[in-house]
Ligand binder design. Structure first.
Ligand code: NAP
Length: 303
């Protein structure tokens, strides 16, 4: 039995652990993948206030180390069910474990979105990737394409341009969603070629990806030979645990306001799994702090 159980060990979940730990609560964080979450994939974090540029991995390592100073218990496990009984929360995991807690913070984050093409799953790890920092090295001196027009896509393209011979940036529109600073930075890399107004309609190859088919707005198609394809088309919230705990928006996010409250007074949602206007590292850690302080208030008032 712990005071605060946190599902998800990304920036929101770990910040919640930091705040609850500093408030003297007992805490367990359950994470199904790597502690640190998606930010560990980011080549460079330059917009976190009062920090010099650092890699996402460095950011995660520092945050994890900071959290461990408060005696937080970090466990690798995947939660598959949540129940509330007699004001206590009980979660079960895929490994058959059960955890009990007085409060619960769901900071489950979001998973990289797919294009929805038939061959996509088969080529993941065989040419298709979601992370330039993780897999870029496999494509040294090769030709790759990045799909997307947001901050992630442009960061990935810039990162890959230092390793790869050619980087195509394929985007379904001509305008970018990414920050202007990244658009300007990308223009200084002569081996990045922007292919606007195109969607990927087919992935081709035998055992590995070797080409993609692109369709232009006028319906004409072209085949582009590539060794790798990096998908940066946004994220889908990890919301499998939400039904009955919190309403869900049409896009699948937890429909909770910035108080991070749910249908249950002892359960909170934090981070990228929550509906919000701006999904940034800063807003994720903000949610973590808000949810943890709300959980602490609930605990202190229920004594
Ligand atoms: P995003 O901002 O949602 O951008 C996703 C991109 O993928 C958009 O350009 C979108 O096109 C395109 N897209 C979506 N579905 C597609 C599909 N089926 N086929 C083709 N293209 C598709 O996602 P993100 O870049 O991962 O960023 C997520 C959040 O993290 C954002 O708030 C972003 O600002 C933040 N972030 C910040 C930084 C930073 O350093 N400040 C770095 C990375 C991420 P449309 O534009 O046409 O919709």
């Amino acid at each position: 039995m712990v005071d605060v159980l946190i599902v998800g060990g990304g920036p929101a979940g770990l910040t919640a652990a930091l705040y609850a730990g500093r408030a003297g609560k007992s805490i367990t964080v359950l994470e199904k993948n790597a502690f640190g979450g998606q930010i560990t994939w980011s080549p460079k974090v330059e917009n976190f206030p009062a920090t010099a540029a650092l890699s996402g991995l460095e950011f995660s390592d520092r945050l994890t180390e900071q959290v461990l100073r408060y005696g937080v218990n970090l466990e690798s496990d995947e939660v598959n069910a949540v129940q509330v009984e007699n004001n206590l929360v009980r979660v079960s995991t895929v490994f058959g474990d059960t955890y009990e807690a007085k409060t619960l913070i769901l900071a489950t984050g979001a998973a990289p979105r797919r294009l929805g093409l038939p061959e996509e799953e088969r080529f993941i790890g065989a040419g298709v990737s979601f992370c330039a920092v993780c897999d870029g090295e496999f494509f040294r001196e090769k030709t790759v394409a990045v799909v997307g027009g947001g901050n992630t896509a442009l960061q990935e393209a810039i990162y890959l341009s230092a390793l790869c011979k050619t980087v195509y940036l394929i985007h379904r529109r001509a305008e970018f969603r990414a920050d202007q600073s990244l658009v300007s930075a990308m223009a200084t890399h002569p081996n990045i070629f922007f292919l606007p107004d195109r969607v990927v309609t087919q992935l081709k190859g035998e055992s590995r990806l070797s080409a993609v088919v692109l369709e232009r707005k006028d319906g004409t198609t072209e085949e582009l030979a590539v060794d790798g394809l990096f998908l940066a088309v946004g994220h889908t919230p990890e919301n499998a645990l939400f039904p009955s705990i919190v309403p869900i928006t049409d896009q699948g996010y937890a429909d909770a306001d910035e108080s991070c409250k749910t249908n249950f007074p002892q359960i909170f949602v934090a981070g990228d799994c929550r509906q919000k206007q701006v999904q940034q590292l800063t807003t994720a850690v903000s949610d973590g702090a808000t949810a943890a302080l709300a959980a602490c208030r609930y605990l202190d008032e229920s004594v």
